[in-house]
Design a protein around this ligand. Structure first.
Ligand code: PAF
Length: 284
């Protein structure tokens, strides 16, 4: 089985020995087919002779709800077996003590693209994400880093951080991987009961139904939001709720007054305290 490296200096030394280019797939583990697709995209990017690295670390400082951190699935042995099968070369699996000093006091904070969506409903979440991603970039020094588009705001923020802080890593977004019924793959899906799992494709259906309005030239944001909300809540189970539903400009991530250029309809929903996100691009 692939030998994981938990120590910062050891993984640095190991990567110095590995052939370039290096593609990194940062994860929090509990790997599923969506992550495996990212690993395959990483291999494609670096070729048979390049290096594919994964980081597996449940980053405590990006969790805004303690229960979410406690309940986050942890499956390291299975994850490493999957990495082995995908031909991953390096697995960085640090413990929190290896990455955060007890008195750590520096965070990466973005101030514009974080105003809405998850940035508004999960205080501090993206400070934690950007901080760990920059740390991983500094430690592993990849040429490429690959992230899923399900986390559309996260991807936009990492692009912005790389641009604004001159980070020499090419950030690449990969299309969302879905189950056959449309539910976006997520490590949190494992926390759904069988009833919740059966119901959860309502999220994708609602986004698709709203996007259909664009075929008739609809430009009013309220029309898209009303349609999506109606579909999200139609005969929804009592443990289902909407955290947010927003229509934002695909580049600036600010709410739009009219749908006349590419926008993203994005939502976060809860089944009890399990939070799922998804989004769809609307190109008028
Ligand atoms: O998307 C994730 O799994 C995490 O937010 C990331 C990018 C690995 C940072 O912890």
């Amino acid at each position: 089985m692939i030998t994981p490296t938990a120590d910062v200096n050891s993984v640095r030394a190991l990567l110095k020995e590995m052939p370039n280019p290096v593609a990194l797939v940062p994860t929090m583990g509990a790997l599923h087919e969506g992550h495996l697709e990212l690993l395959r995209a990483a291999r494609k990017k670096v070729g048979a002779h390049g290096t594919v690295a994964i980081s597996i670390f449940v980053n405590p400082i990006q969790f805004d709800r303690p229960s979410d951190l406690t309940n986050y699935p942890k499956t390291l042995t299975e994850d490493l077996a999957l990495c082995e099968a995908e031909g991953v070369d390096v697995a960085f699996t640090p413990q929190k003590e290896a990455l955060y000093q007890p008195d750590h006091s520096v965070l990466v904070r973005e101030s514009l693209l974080t105003r809405h969506l998850c940035g508004a409903t999960r205080p501090g979440h993206f400070d934690g994400v950007l901080t760990i991603v920059l740390k991983l970039f500094n430690i592993l020094q990849p040429d490429f880093a690959i992230f899923g588009k399900k986390d559309f705001q996260q991807l936009a923020l990492i692009h912005r951080m790389a641009r604004d802080l001159d980070v020499p890593v090419e950030v690449i977004g990969h299309p969302t991987v879905r189950d056959a019924d449309g539910l976006a793959l997520s490590s949190r899906n494992a926390r759904l009961s069988s009833e919740q799992r059966a119901d959860a494709p309502r999220i994708r259906r609602a986004l698709l139904a709203a996007r259909n309005l664009s075929t008739s030239g609809e430009q009013r944001p309220a029309a898209y939001l009303d349609s999506a909300r109606t579909h999200l809540l139609a005969e929804a189970p009592s443990d289902f709720s909407i955290d947010y539903l927003q229509l934002v400009d695909a580049e600036t991530l600010q709410p739009v007054a009219t749908v006349t250029k590419p926008t993203v309809l994005a939502t976060a929903c809860f089944y009890n305290d399990t939070r799922l996100i998804d989004n769809i691009e609307i190109c008028p």
